[in-house]
Design a protein around this ligand. Structure first.
Ligand code: FES
Length: 203
């Protein structure tokens, strides 16, 4: 007759027939095996948990993964510096003249062809919001913070009216495109969206 695995049948002399039985009929050897497997399982979990908890983003990283900025107080011609993922962010309200300066380049094929990192102002802003130039404030040469967005830096925006990095002379225009100096690329435009007319969510 078939027997349940791990359950022994007592012999006629009252013995176990295969080692000692405990009161419930489970062999001691089986108990030792079960205990060993259980300990291995706990050990496995103990190792796994720190690995999983290291992989999960911490609360402060999650909190900084997006930033909301109220644009209402930023007047045309003004800019502010903010922080996005621990890096400087420039938010600038371009004047009509600054928008025109950028789009004049876009509409002039020979001048546009001289851009080191070609992109139009429309491609670097949102439709209907071309005056809002939102970029990282990190020079693409060696990572310095260019002048032009901080308080009192309006006169330090360089020959193209955008931003100027005094470290090695990188000069950006009013679409934050690199126009002169060693920086290889335009100031980066982060992912963002307008959640209302005056609130922008970065990230
Ligand atoms: S870091 Fe900006 S020009 Fe070198």
């Amino acid at each position: 007759m078939a027997q349940d695995a791990g359950i022994d049948t007592p012999t006629a002399d009252g013995g176990s027939g295969d080692g000692a039985l405990d009161g419930g009929g489970v062999r001691r050897r089986d108990f030792i095996n079960i205990a060993a497997v259980s300990a291995a399982g706990v050990g496995g979990l103990a190792v796994l948990y720190p690995l999983i908890s290291q992989m999960a983003p911490s609360a402060d990283v999650l909190a900084e993964s997006s930033t909301e900025i109220d644009l209402a107080a930023i007047q045309p011609g003004q800019a502010i510096k903010a922080l996005f993922r621990k890096q400087p962010l420039f938010v600038r309200n371009l004047t009509a003249e600054e928008v025109k300066k950028a789009t004049d380049v876009d509409n002039n094929a020979s001048e546009f062809s001289t851009l080191r990192d070609p992109a139009t102002l429309a491609e670097r802003t949102k439709p209907g919001k071309q005056n809002w130039l939102i970029t990282m404030g990190v020079c693409t040469h060696l990572g310095c913070v260019p002048l032009g967005a901080g308080p009192g830096e309006e006169m330090s925006r360089g020959a193209f009216g955008g931003y100027f990095c005094p470290c090695h002379g990188s000069t950006y225009d009013t679409a934050a495109r690199i126009r002169k100096g060693p920086a290889p690329r335009n100031l980066e435009v982060p992912p963002y969206e307008f959640t209302s007319d005056t609130i922008v969510k970065i990230g």
